[in-house]
Design a protein around this ligand. Sequence first.
Ligand code: 8X3
Length: 256
Amino acid sequence: MGISLRGMTAFVTGASSGIGRATAEALAREGVRLLMCSRDATKLPSDDECKAWGAEASYGFALDVSRKDEIDRALAALPADWKNVDILINNAGKARGLAKLWGDDPEHWDEMIDTNIKGMLWMTRAFMPGMVERGRGHIVNIGSTAGYWPYANGAVYCGTKAAEKAITEALKLDATGTPVRITSVDPGMVHTAFSEVRFSGDKERAAKVYEGLTPLSAEDVADAILYAVTRPLHVNIHNILLTSVDQGNSTTFHRR
Ligand code: 8X3
């Protein structure tokens, strides 16, 4: 039996699709006050949808977490009753391109580093002090199997997820002595728009990634996140590494 999240304020970044959206729904079903951001706020679940799931209240706003200037402006503009966050899910992240490092597009590097690493850092910097001060809070960062087992043509994406892993582990050490909980949820292949984004909208190439196997669903990952945040308050889940049964590591798959 887990703890009740009813009435807690949970903030999901990148909540318009994939793991973020599934997590927003899972948290809403637990009765949280749901704060959400996405680069395109029109794609976020509506207030009616969130309330139908069971959210006590919801508030969505536009934010690209890779943009420090935007973060400062957007967070300063949050209504007073949405400024204190109990659970922060640093989900916003992406892969761009799949190519040998020396032929890769450096603009993709910036996008991945600024979103996956710096976005996570800026959001943590924004909300962790309040958690420490109020004596409660939980930060869940989304890592990846790519952070454990780097693969060819993915040096920078894998690098951002290895950074996420190291940063989350070190953050847990920094948080020791406070009641704030720190978790990394690290999925392997998940069937979302991830590959379509990676391949700049090439649906055919994206579909091939999932061919012949059963990948994780966004809901599978949301379920792992929900497990971590609903443990009794003295329990800190450091990390959850999950793949589908058809995946062994970053490069070992069973395809039928
Ligand atoms: C998991 C993505 O590319 O390692 O974050 O399957 S990948």
